[in-house]
Write a new protein. Structure first.
Length: 141
């Protein structure tokens, strides 16, 4: 059994907020289809040389933006600079870029990534929800 990490810091971002962001990130990830390519999601080959280029012409459900993604982006945008840095650092630790004992190094690197587009940066990371959860578990354990 591993000795608990002795820390000289406290998280600015609350664990409940991180858990909410984890939920939203997982919901957004579940919505993205692996085989989706803009306008070509269901091409059908008839003879090996041609494809049915059928494109949907504005179905209502395709025109509405994913509200979960909007909510996640807004939640991240509402965080202060320290909370954003901690969120990125948690992702780094969960992904294995840093160990929990390297928290100050992870925060220093994360501060370089904080900006007006932090939400876009984080939402572009595959498995964001999983990495955040693993990072949070490593830090609060």
């Amino acid at each position: 059994m591993q000795k608990p990490l002795e820390r000289e810091w406290e998280l600015t971002i609350g664990p409940d907020m991180v858990r909410l962001l984890i939920e939203k990130a997982r919901a957004v990830s579940a919505d993205v289809r692996d085989d989706y390519v803009d306008g070509h999601e269901h091409e059908v080959e008839f003879d090996g040389d041609s494809a049915d280029g059928h494109m949907h012409d504005g179905l209502a459900e395709e025109e509405t933006e994913n509200l979960t993604a909007v909510e996640l982006r807004e939640l991240i945008g509402d965080l202060n600079v320290d909370e954003k840095a901690e969120l990125i650092a948690l992702m780094f630790i969960g992904r294995g870029d840093y160990d929990a004992s390297e928290w100050s190094d992870a925060i220093a690197e994360a501060r370089n990534r904080v900006g007006a587009r932090t939400g876009d940066y984080l939402m572009g990371i595959p498995m964001l929800g999983d990495w955040l959860e693993e990072g949070l578990q490593a830090i609060v354990a």
